[in-house]
Write a protein that binds this ligand. Sequence first.
Ligand code: COD
Ligand code: ZN
Length: 376
Amino acid sequence: SSSPAVITCKAAVAWGAGEPLVMEEVELSPPHPHEIRIKVFSSSLCRSDISAWESQLLQAIFPRIFGHEASGIVESIGEGVTEFREGDHVLTVFTGECRTCRQCTSGKSNVCQVLGLERRGVMHSDQKTRFSIKGKPVFHYCAVSSFSEYTVVHSGCAVKVSPNAPLEKICLLSCGVAAGLGAAWNVAAVSEGSTVVIFGLGTVGLSVAQGARLKGASRIIGVDTNPDKCEKAKAFGVTEFINPNVILLNFLSQVIKRITDGGADYSFECIGDTGMITTALQSCCDGWGLTVTLGVPKVKPEMSAHYGLLLTGRTLKGTIFGGWKPKSDLPSLVDMYMNKEIEVDKFITHDLPFEDINTAFSLMREGKCLRCVIHM
Ligand code: COD
Ligand code: ZN
């Protein structure tokens, strides 16, 4: 076949922090060696897209194309790509798997040394962008940038999935739902009959709840400042709901300790607030209490907690993408969804055409959605 050329397509471009996205015609280069070009099918909006878009704190990288929780179809392949062919169905991933680095071959980690979380808005291989407008670079997000009709990703940042799986649903497995399930299963290994506390009941927190329920946790306590989450959370396995606004924050962990006879077995931080880590640690029990942090901090990246919390036997564990190795593990999560062993559809509260992408941003900012799926 002839080698692919530059294409122009529509993309939702962010020109500045917190500014509404603008639909632009962008140029997209052909895939470089070991990259693939994808026709994006659906992309759901994740909280971390919003955090990076509104952040005054993170390095301002604009103009930029956000979006990372996506599904699509391979349009063309770069030199040296053997794993994909035109027409393959794929999920994009914000943290890749090269399968050869020390981390990938360790059998202990999903934090690829070569294709890990990209923060500078460029491609891993050459620190450049594939998008431009009139010759000026438009930056990437997490080396995925799926709020575009087409995108280019490293072949290690895409996963081939069954062509029978509905692309407009499984995009959620590309980040939020998988991250939560993995935190419960791979990172915490929640055990039967245990007590779990989850701070933040967005798609990530509610996926932790789903994962904990499937492992037979007997109590799943959900904490969220949005009172609307109380009813919603029950559908995902949350058995008790606490709104911290009706208690003083200092007493939140005391309340949890009291109702759990000294603290939960596991607690999960799914808010993206490092200030909650102390509370999350205090909310689990002496001896074996385990706190897992999933949230990407929105404001202050440093954290602090009294050392005594660790001396008494607690563990604090961080994770990215719930410990899943995307290439090795995502296809089987898609199969579990197809076999109705895990819920994905219930997280989709809104379906929107690409033109309405700013509505999705507003809904999430206002806490009115779980996942908005944007259809390209
Ligand atoms: N106390 C209790 N609940 C709160 C508080 C608070 N102080 N502040 C906010 N909340 C609640 C909100 O009401 C909301 O219900 C929930 O916390 C957060 O949910 P969402 O829907 O905004 O966000 P999610 O679930 O999509 O994601 C939240 C994370 C913070 C986990 C986010 O960082 C994330 O998506 N992480 C994914 C994992 C990852 O590694 N990503 C890296 C690139 S995506
Ligand atoms: Zn995400």
